[in-house]
Design a protein around this ligand. Structure first.
Ligand SMILES: [Zn+2]
Ligand SMILES: [Zn+2]
Length: 1015
């Protein structure tokens, strides 16, 4: 069911639609400074979750705030539409799996399905985005599957190709056996998981011996059948060790670990002396002509394993290089689905990573296993399908990122990161370890790689549709479908006369999104001027998981294309966790549905919860309760203050725009001072992108406004007719509400709009963000009032401890403060708030006594044996001595025993009838003695409260003056009559009759029966 808040928000949304307020807020700033914002494109084939709510709230916040601050902030939405996620979704839909089945199903039909699936949840996304109040231009989004977008991406790739930075290479790359495609290193970086695997130390029999083995260590036993070499470090020391009947060659440093004390060194040499030693591999499934010998490699260490590394060139980058360098054979024993090929007879067709145990068993059967060990490590998994990745040597297309690494690092140094540690930390480190970008994917649904190749070795990379048409054999339509399989049919003419075919790959989807600064405006074919004024971005905002995703791909594409960083600032947001600090996920069942939360509590409450809870870069523990609290503490408070204003505004027909002035009270001056102090702080914080502290300042101010200013001002609004004081109260509250709505507009756009519209008739989002007037700020006044509020709080605490109701008046309150504040002017306020007759501000003797105890922990070590003596002496010191200790910080107990303030625990013990409470340098002592007079007054106040409750029950207009009838026992009536003036003062009455009325409500006060009548 929709809550009232959600309904109200819907009305505001309709107002925005009717008045085109979002577009007006952009048009409004035509010709003003641009603040450039890039939208990281979501995919619409999954539902929005709580993380999206955070991202979109922060994005909207920044854009609204910057707009109000005087900038023009264009906000183009975007959709990420290509890539494996879409293909996997369609595979699921069609109940097919793998490339063979896609080919059987038909690539053309498959692509069409992908296109349909892309916008599966578009409606939900739009509704979610609108409900959240995220203003972004969804009418004209950029869409990565559109020809214009693809054409821009082609332009960029063509540029990179022209620079010689796009090349085809044979390299070891991470590969997903389920998706049957290689991945880029930044994709791999997104999917590490801790897993438990087996490592093995295998025995490689040295040729020409029967008992001498090289001990080769591997963390991937399944690669052993593909062994081609053993690598040793040329400069390390190696020893031949005798253990039992066998001899083993290992690094000297590791011998002790491997053999404990049970061994004998029979020979030693340098690693380089082992080069070329030939051996018999443990498995002979595959014929190796050049190989099975010791090679030298610098990457070998003697820190773990045996100091000899098993080399399978197809499955490791180092392995691949060392085998290439030595001109040895290349052996590949795994098919495209990650299964052993037929050559591995006993394991053929099985997924290789599942075969570690089998391999180890086979080794043992052949007496080739020295040792096996379980170990836990962080292993990469596919970021989409969760399969463990394999490393394969294969052909692929790469962008030579290593050539622009320094430029990337330099560009990163110009970026303002929030949080700052990302720059050198997570992001910087990722750049330090940058490898070439594996850009091609052997898949179907994506931007086709625009490279055509010829048998003669020539390559062409057309950078536009026009170029493609020009170079094509035969005619190509202007609106040619640029996806597979259509684009594959286009052939180009090579200069050698032969026919060029397109290389079959599509590109990494991250290259798509990284190209958005250019492609969103169809650069360079579209509006170039628009592109230029929207590049680079002032800000990009996404989750921290985009460090290796979009943040990286944006910087990479831009550096390749222009040499410059595409953004000046990055806001990297934390994760939303559940109440127990667990990551939210659908499968765990702890995911919050942001749409439901908005329906129950309203978008403002959700936004406020997200913005005020903790810094956006921190991981947040989040729950429905957080949103409920935001609603009751913030949204409802503000809404109640505004309703209060409206109620009396209507009664008195006060016109805020026309009717200013009056004679302001200290309270008015205080609230205005606070308003402008808070305005200053909020502006300062937001300038630093410190949204959370800005929100907190506003939260504190709302509490002050509601629980102090309005509460203390109520009676001023109740008085009849318009006085100067009332006028001042009205105009002050009007001013405060108006400015508060403006300050809150980027945080809680709905309630801010609702209030501002009703106050002024125009949209708050078209106004300028409030700036402070320093002449209205009075820091002494603020300090005084803070102290007053603290005194009130402390007194309430004292009352609570003594168990005396608030309505019961008390005679005296004694207040002392350490700091110089002016409380004299606020005695009436304090009296009213604390319900006390007299306030004493001067220090007085006899209110309390000090007691002192020795702090053994502090004094013991210094005093040693004399601690007992000190304790006794301390129990006999006078009050004057203790006061002196407090002033001078020292107490002399005897000729040679002195104590410092830190060594004594001093407590104040209040005298009879007094209740003490202290904090923040303020001490209050409340006289709790009840005289008959005080008791009677307390009774009358309870009676007043009952009458007010009754009035509310009768639903009478607040300003209606009524006749009040009270009947009770004669002694009670005497009490009430004595206090008739007070009754008049606190109740909106015409006359009071102390007699019975025909319609009565019976109430009990302290055991006495009262019959109330109202007419
Ligand atoms: Zn996969
Ligand atoms: Zn050719």
């Amino acid at each position: 069911m929709q809550d009232k808040a959600a309904l109200k928000e819907q009305k505001i949304r309709e107002y925005w639609q009717e008045n085109d307020t979002f577009q007006a807020s952009v048009r409004n700033r035509e010709g003003k400074r641009s603040y450039v914002f890039y939208e990281g494109p979501p995919t619409a084939n999954g539902m929005p979750h709580a993380g999206h709510a955070l991202g979109r709230t922060i994005k909207d916040f920044i854009a609204r705030y910057k707009t109000m601050d005087g900038y023009q902030v264009k906000r183009k939405a975007g959709w990420d539409t290509h890539g494996l996620p879409v293909e996997l979704e369609v595979e699921k839909q069609l109940k097919i799996s793998g490339k063979d089945q896609i080919e059987t199903y038909g690539v053309e039909r498959f692509i069409e399905k992908c296109k349909e699936s892309v916008f599966r949840y578009e409606r939900e996304w739009k509704q979610f985005t609108e409900a959240l109040g995220y203003w972004v231009d969804m009418e004209n989004p950029y869409i990565t599957l559109e020809n214009s977008y693809i054409e821009s991406v082609w332009h960029i790739l063509s540029h990179i190709h022209g620079e010689g930075l796009l090349y085809k290479g044979h390299r070891v790359v991470p590969y997903c056996p389920h998706c049957e495609t290689s991945l880029s290193s930044h994709e791999v970086a997104q999917g590490y998981k801790d897993v438990s695997d087996l490592s093995a130390t295998a025995k490689f029999l040295v040729e020409g011996t029967t008992d001498e083995y090289l001990l080769g260590w591997t963390t991937t036993p399944w690669t052993l059948p593909a062994n081609v070499a053993i690598a040793v470090h040329p400069e390390l020391n190696y020893v031949t060790v005798q253990q039992g009947n066998e001899k083993y060659i290992v690094a000297e440093e590791l011998a002790k670990t491997l053999f404990k004390d049970d061994f004998q060194v029979v020979a030693s040499c340098k690693g380089k002396d082992l080069a070329g030693v030939r051996y018999e591999a443990p498995f002979s499934y595959v014929q190796v002509n050049r190989g099975h010998q010791v090679v030298l490699a610098d990457f070998v260490t003697d820190q773990s394993g045996t100091g000899l590394v098993h080399i399978a060139p197809a499955y490791g980058e180092d392995d691949y290089r060392v085998v290439q360098d030595n001109g040895l054979d290349f052996v590949h024993i795994v098919d495209g689905k990650g299964r052993y090929t037929e050559e591995i007879t006993s394991l053929a067709g099985r997924f290789v990573k599942d075969c570690d145990v089998d391999i180890i068993k086979l080794l043992a059967e052949r007496n080739r296993l020295f040792n096996k060990e379980k170990y836990t490590h962080s292993y990469p998994h596919c970021w989409r399908c969760d399969s463990p990745l394999l490393y394969y040597a294969m052909e692929g297309w790469f962008i030579r990122m290593t050539d622009v690494k320094e430029k990337m690092q330099e560009n990163n140094r110009q970026v303002e990161w929030h949080p700052g540690h990302m720059q050198e930390g997570r992001f910087g480190k990722f750049l330090d370890n940058m490898v070439d970008w594996n850009i091609g994917r052997n898949r179907y649904w994506g931007t086709p790689l625009n490279v055509w190749t010829c048998k003669c070795g020539k390559e062409k990379a057309p950078g536009s549709i026009a170029e493609l048409r020009q170079q094509a054999i035969g005619s190509v339509a202007e609106n040619v479908e640029l996806h597979k399989p259509y684009v594959d049919q286009i052939q180009l003419r090579c200069e050698c006369g032969d026919v060029m075919e397109r290389t079959s790959e599509v590109i990494d989807v991250w290259f798509d999104s990284g190209s958005m600064p250019f492609a969103q405006y169809h650069y360079p074919f579209g509006d170039k001027e628009l592109f230029e004024c929207q590049y680079p971005a002032d800000v990009v905002i996404e989750g921290v998981d985009q460090t290796r995703g979009w943040f990286y791909s944006l910087l990479a594409v831009s550096t390749l294309m222009t040499g410059k960083a595409p953004y000046k600032r990055v806001l990297s947001l934390g994760h939303i966790l559940d109440e127990n600090g667990q990551k939210m996920s659908k499968s765990k069942g702890n995911a919050l549905n942001p749409t439901e939360l908005m329906e129950t509590y309203g978008a403002d409450a959700l936004r406020w919860a997200l913005l005020s809870d903790s810094a956006p870069w921190n991981n947040k523990r989040f729950s429905e309760r957080t949103v409920a609290q935001a609603k009751s503490k913030m949204i409802d408070t503000l809404s109640n203050v505004f309703s209060f204003y409206q109620l009396y505004q209507q009664i008195d027909q006060f016109n805020g725009e026309m009717d200013s002035g009056g004679v302001r009270s200290t309270l008015d001056e205080w609230v205005l001072s606070r308003l402008h102090s808070v305005t200053k702080q909020v502006n300062d914080y937001l300038e630093q992108y410190d949204i959370t502290n800005a929100a907190r300042e506003l939260g504190v101010f709302l509490d002050e406004l509601s629980n102090w200013y309005v509460r203390r001002s109520r009676q001023r609004f109740w008085s009849s007719g318009m006085t100067d004081d009332k006028r001042a109260a009205f105009s002050t509250l009007y001013e405060v509400l108006k400015k508060t709505a403006q300050l809150l507009a980027p945080f809680t756009p709905y309630i801010a709009e609702d209030i501002y519209l009703q106050l002024t008739g125009s949209s708050v989002h078209l106004t300028d963000y409030p700036k402070p007037f320093s002449e209205l700020i009075n820091t002494q006044l603020e300090k005084d009032m803070t102290t007053v509020r603290q005194v009130v709080e402390l007194t309430r605490a004292a009352r609570n401890t003594a168990g005396i109701k608030t309505k019961q008046p008390l005679s005296t309150l004694y207040v002392t403060t350490e700091e110089a504040v002016n409380l004299v002017s606020y005695l009436t306020t304090i009296k009213e708030e604390t319900n006390v007759k007299e306030i004493e501000l001067d220090e007085k003797d006899g209110l309390f006594t000090y007691t002192a105890k020795l702090d053994f922990a502090a004094a013991g070590p210094r005093l040693g044996k004399r601690v007992g003596e000190a304790k006794t002496a301390l129990s006999q010191v006078s009050q004057d001595q203790l006061k002196e200790l407090l002033i001078t910080g020292e107490l002399r107990l005897a000729e040679d025993i002195k104590l410092t303030k830190e060594e004594v625990l001093i407590e104040k013990v209040p005298s009879n009838h007094l209740e003490l409470s202290e904090g923040g340098g303020i001490t209050v002592l409340l006289d709790t003695e009840l005289t008959l007079e005080l008791k009677e007054e307390g009774f009358v106040r309870e009676a007043i409260r009952e009458v007010q409750t009754y009035r509310k029950e009768l639903d009478l207009p607040v300003e209606k003056r009524v006749n009040l009838y009270i009947d009770a026992s004669s002694s009670i009536l005497d009490v009430l009559k004595k206090q008739e003036e007070m009754l008049h003062q606190h109740l909106v009455v015409q006359s009071i009759f102390f007699e019975k009325h025909q319609e009565t409500k019976v109430v009990q006060i302290e055991g006495e029966k009262l019959q109330l009548g109202i007419e």
